[in-house]
Write a protein that binds this ligand. Structure first.
Ligand SMILES: NC(=O)C1=CN([C@@H]2O[C@H](COP(=O)(O)OP(=O)(O)OC[C@H]3O[C@@H](n4cnc5c(N)ncnc54)[C@H](OP(=O)(O)O)[C@@H]3O)[C@@H](O)[C@H]2O)[C@H](O)CC1
Ligand SMILES: [K+]
Length: 390
């Protein structure tokens, strides 16, 4: 870990969102306190450019779910455009979240997913991210994500063709500039990027009118860059230009490889066939229930679970069909994996002597192993979709 002058001891607060996870609170709290006496954590990436993965993997203990729970958790539900806006408004009224709070969490979740995709990219050079921001809050999520990505150690450029005059957005741009992130008005033709983050339009995009400038050009330029530079396109909440409920109605054939849904997938996500993350770990249970949203179970402190498939979000056969030769569903195997890990703790949650710290006998952190397991399964499913389509 990067040495820092001031060290803050972090006590982690685990706030499980799935009601069934409540019984794990004492166990998780115990483990987090034990962990905090052993190691020093830098409290946030606002202070130093530590790799978030390092911090997370040091302190996370996954929430153990039964096979049934983890299967159900993939059925996240869908929001149509009207409900997505109503849910947003309700979040900012009844429980009193501010837009700034929600955008910071949404942007952080986006940055985590982008970081994960980037670290799995098998490209010669990685780390160069272009974030293209639109005029509304979807664009704000992009501005927040760019700042976090730089804290995570990636290079980020921003294209913000029509900056908002609202004070919060002015602040977000200033925060990015303070991180030495270039903020440009159009997509440059002379720079190379590995990842493009499409943060132009979200759930308030109006597909009944043609896409107005400067965003029509921005979308065209993004698509050109995606093809010319073989960059990975990641859309935030809704692929820009897609009708929020109906999907790609324009015929532009805008097809991102990755979609990051915030709070819950929008209806158009049913048409999306790529890799799908669902993030936004801030939904109070009553609002989730009212709108029929089931949040996926999040491991440890992550904002963006590396869950495989989110298969109910895609209109394709379940991964079980692919693995029908296997005796057990992967979720059952995964539960067995967690049970095995649980058995390595004694009743007080202390380590069995044979284990060293949070390391397994093979020397790997549990959380790292868990994340790798999930990524592996997700890749299998993604590859299966590609084969199926070709
Ligand atoms: N609850 C959450 O999960 C949170 C989600 N967040 C993000 O916010 C967006 C929704 O933000 P919103 O500002 O409501 O809308 P958009 O970002 O989609 O953009 C609205 C702007 O787009 C312009 N627009 C609409 N249609 C067109 C068009 N055909 N051509 C050009 N421009 C268009 C519109 O312009 P107007 O002139 O009509 O005003 C708006 O300026 C959500 O998707 C999440 O990403 C939040 O961060 C909070 C938490
Ligand atoms: K978008």
């Amino acid at each position: 870990m990067v040495p820092v002058k001031r060290i803050i001891l972090a006590t982690c607060s685990f706030i499980p969102h799935a009601p069934k996870a409540t019984s794990f609170i004492p166990q998780l709290t115990t483990i987090s306190l034990i962990a905090s006496t052993r190691r020093h954590f830098v409290a946030s990436s606002l202070l130093a450019s530590t790799t978030r993965g390092q911090v997370c993997s040091s302190i996370t203990r996954t929430v153990s779910l039964s096979a049934t729970d983890s299967t159900m958790a993939f059925e996240t539900g869908y929001l149509n455009a009207k409900d997505a806006a109503a849910l947003d408004a309700e979040l900012m009224s009844t429980p009193g979240f501010s837009l700034e709070q929600l955008m910071e969490l949404a942007g952080l979740a986006v940055a985590e997913a982008v970081y994960q995709v980037n670290s799995e990219n098998n490209k010669e050079s990685t780390n160069r991210v272009l974030v293209v921001c639109g005029p509304g809050n979807n664009g704000g999520d992009g501005l927040v994500a760019a700042r976090h990505l730089v804290h995570f150690g990636l290079e980020a450029d921003i294209v913000y063709p029509k900056p908002s005059s609202k004070q919060h957005f002015i602040n977000l741009v200033k925060q990015c500039e303070d991180m030495n992130i270039p903020v440009m008005s159009e997509i440059p033709s002379d720079k190379k990027y590995d990842i493009i983050v499409d943060s132009i339009f979200g759930f308030s995009f109006d597909s009944t009118s043609t896409i107005r400038e400067p965003f029509a050009t921005a979308i065209k330029d993004m698509i050109r860059l995606q093809k010319d530079q073989n960059a990975t396109m990641i859309s935030v909440d809704v692929p820009s230009g897609w009708d929020v409920d109906g999907g790609d109605l324009t015929g532009e054939n805008f097809s991102p490889e990755v979609l990051i849904s915030l709070t819950a997938p929008k209806m158009s996500a049913k048409k999306f066939k790529g890799r799908h993350f669902v993030g936004g770990r801030f939904l109070p249970p009553a609002i989730a229930e009212k709108y029929g949203v089931k949040m996926p179970p999040y491991p440890g402190v992550q904002q963006m679970p590396p869950y495989p498939g989110l298969r109910h979000c895609m209109e394709v056969p379940s991964v079980d069909d692919v693995h029908d030769q296997e005796e057990e569903d992967w979720a059952v195997q995964y539960q067995a994996y967690l049970d095995e890990k649980d058995a390595m703790l004694n009743e007080d949650g202390e380590d069995v002597p044979s284990r060293q710290g949070n390391k397994s006998p093979q020397g790997e952190d549990w959380a790292v192993q868990y994340a790798e397991y999930c990524i592996e399964k997700e890749k299998e499913f993604f590859q299966y979709n590609q084969i199926k389509e070709s």
